[in-house]
Design a protein around this ligand. Structure first.
Ligand code: SF4
Ligand code: SF4
Length: 123
């Protein structure tokens, strides 16, 4: 007990080393690779991110302009973000909240009508 007393007194007067999570959340570090988001306005559904993803959790359907990511399999490695030519993928500074059910991010883009060449232009 006598050995502990200096430590107890020291801890009473110094700043706390822990936080009362989840009421007090620490600010994220710089360059943290957090929640993944895709901007449907920028994405051209090329599928490069899906080809590069090491955990194969991205599925892209170019024809129907859909993009989806199965978040339980995502490693938050950021390879998809780095490889996206349209810069439509971003990783937020905040980490994803814990979930109990399988979560899929689904993005529906605009399906572009196939361009039919004008007869007068093609001649
Ligand atoms: S997110 Fe980027 S790499 Fe992935 S399909 Fe869209 S444009 Fe292509
Ligand atoms: S962060 Fe990594 S694991 Fe997650 S979707 Fe992107 S490439 Fe795949």
């Amino acid at each position: 007990m006598f050995k502990m007393t200096p430590n107890i007194l020291k801890n009473l007067i110094t700043e706390k080393a822990t936080r009362l999570y989840p009421f007090e959340v620490r600010a994220p570090y710089d360059n943290v690779r957090g929640e993944l988001t895709n901007d449907a306005e920028k994405c051209n559904f090329c599928g490069i991110c899906a080809a590069k993803c090491p955990s194969q959790c991205i599925t892209v359907d170019k024809k129907n302009a859909t993009w989806q990511c199965e978040m339980f399999s995502c490693l938050f490695c950021g390879i998809c973000v780095e490889s996206c030519p349209k810069k439509s993928l971003t990783q937020e500074l905040a980490h994803r909240k814990p979930v109990r059910e399988k979560e899929i991010i689904f993005i529906q883009g605009e399906v572009k009508a196939k361009e039919i060449p004008n007869d007068s232009e093609s001649r």
